[in-house]
Design a protein around this ligand. Structure first.
Ligand SMILES: Cc1ncc(COP(=O)(O)O)c(C=O)c1O
Length: 387
């Protein structure tokens, strides 16, 4: 007999990995798959700078075999504080930014309340809003993928406790203009709400510049989330952090400290790797961004040649969110499943927002150009077969 499980579990979904189960089944039956679903640089041969690995390896020899301080290694907190322009007490180290997001939603959301999310958004935010019994609430970011301040203003209600901003954005690859960031800050200020700024990709910009929200937030409370995963190409390290900018967040920080305490600590050696990441040379990002720009240009070309696909060209992070303007597919899942049968794994757009209008799928810009070419060949074949 099946063991009893919590109903809360039914609220968890993570489409980026969920679709892999279906892909594996098709692969087993003999179709070679091109995985364009998951944002893991290591899967495509990109790795962290050597000095980060060296620092983690060296730390292994130093007998850091106990629990690290729950809120994070003091040396790392010092580096985070210096790079964020806050005090060490305003920083917390988490097991990836994922855990930081979990702690924030845990601490900010009461049942029936909401944190306003960009539409589309990184799916973890949707799951967290659901499992803490919040109400899903979005603001539109679908016009050229820039956030719409008016839509944000309309979505805020008396049960709203924070606003999420992801810049550069996953899944769209948008890099918001300074004007858009300022507008979001202004609305947050109007309603006295804190802004959670997900900066997981803030060094990954290959077209234009990413405005620094720390320079515009002024007296609006700002919580910045960072991570080793993307900017430093080291998702396996599982080191992320939160930095609190501004006053009147003492109770919130106490809550985060308690959550850090109850899970004891983050891997200590990897935190030493993170110290080296923040202190050391960041030259790796230039060559990585150069690679991304090449892939972006290639994808833009292929999409412009493939009817009925369209997209706003990504400028940062490593994703493209592609629109399918056709009635031949009723849902994005139907489209993505058909693509699976042609050997291409993508993520259905609805996994990134339930408020999205239109049919979309997300791909990563990480595969080498010849693999992207093969994937687009398969996509075109499917389009032609559909007639
Ligand atoms: C926007 C965004 N935020 C946070 C995360 C989580 O990152 P981490 O690996 O640090 O948990 C991801 C991972 O893909 C992401 O895309």
């Amino acid at each position: 007999m099946e063991v009893r499980h919590s109903t809360r579990n039914n609220l968890v979904s993570y489409p980026i990995r969920d679709i892999v189960l279906e892909a594996k089944a098709i692969e087993k039956a003999g179709t070679r798959m091109i995985y364009m679903n998951i944002g893991d640089p290591a899967a495509f041969g990109f790795g962290p700078p050597q000095h980060i690995l060296d620092a983690a390896r060296e730390a292994l020899g130093k007998g850091l075999t106990g629990y690290a301080p729950s809120e994070g290694d003091p040396e790392l907190r010092k580096e985070i504080a210096a790079s964020e322009g806050v005090t060490e007490g305003d920083t917390f180290v988490t097991a990836g930014l994922s855990e930081g997001i979990d702690f924030l939603f845990h601490s900010l959301l009461d049942p029936g309340h909401n944190i306003v999310l960009p539409s589309p958004t990184y799916p973890l935010y949707i799951t967290k809003e659901r499992i803490y019994y919040g109400t899903e609430n979005y603001y539109d970011c679908d016009a050229g993928w820039e956030p719409d301040a008016e839509s944000l203003r309309k979505s805020i209600n008396e049960r709203t406790s924070a606003i999420v901003l992801i810049n550069p954005n996953n899944p769209t690859g948008a890099v918001y203009s300074r004007k858009s960031v300022q507008e979001i800050i202004d609305v947050a200020g109007e309603f006295h709400l804190p802004v959670i700024s997900d900066n997981a990709y803030d060094m990954m910009v290959f077209d234009g510049e990413c405005p620094d929200i720390r320079k515009v937030h002024k007296d609006v409370q700002l919580i910045v989330g960072g991570s080793l995963s993307k900017n430093f190409l080291y998702p396996g390290a599982r080191v992320g952090w939160l930095a609190f900018h501004g006053d009147s967040m003492g109770k919130l920080k106490e809550g985060i400290q308690k959550l850090c305490n109850q899970r004891l600590s983050v891997n200590w050696e990897m935190q030493k790797g993170a110290v080296a990441a923040l202190r050391g040379n960041k030259g790796h990002i230039e060559s990585f961004n150069h690679e991304l720009r090449k892939r972006r240009d290639y994808i833009v070309k292929r999409i412009s040649e493939t009817d009925p696909l369209s997209m706003s060209p990504p400028k940062g992070a490593f994703y493209a969110f592609v629109r399918v303007e056709s009635r031949k597919w009723k849902t994005d899942w139907q489209f993505c499943r058909e693509l699976l049968r042609h050997g291409v794994v993508t993520v259905p757009g609805s996994g990134f927002s339930s408020a999205l209008k239109g049919l979309y799928f997300r791909i990563v810009l990480l595969p080498p150009i010849d693999q992207l070419g093969e994937a687009f060949g398969r996509i075109e074949k499917m389009m032609n077969e559909k007639g």
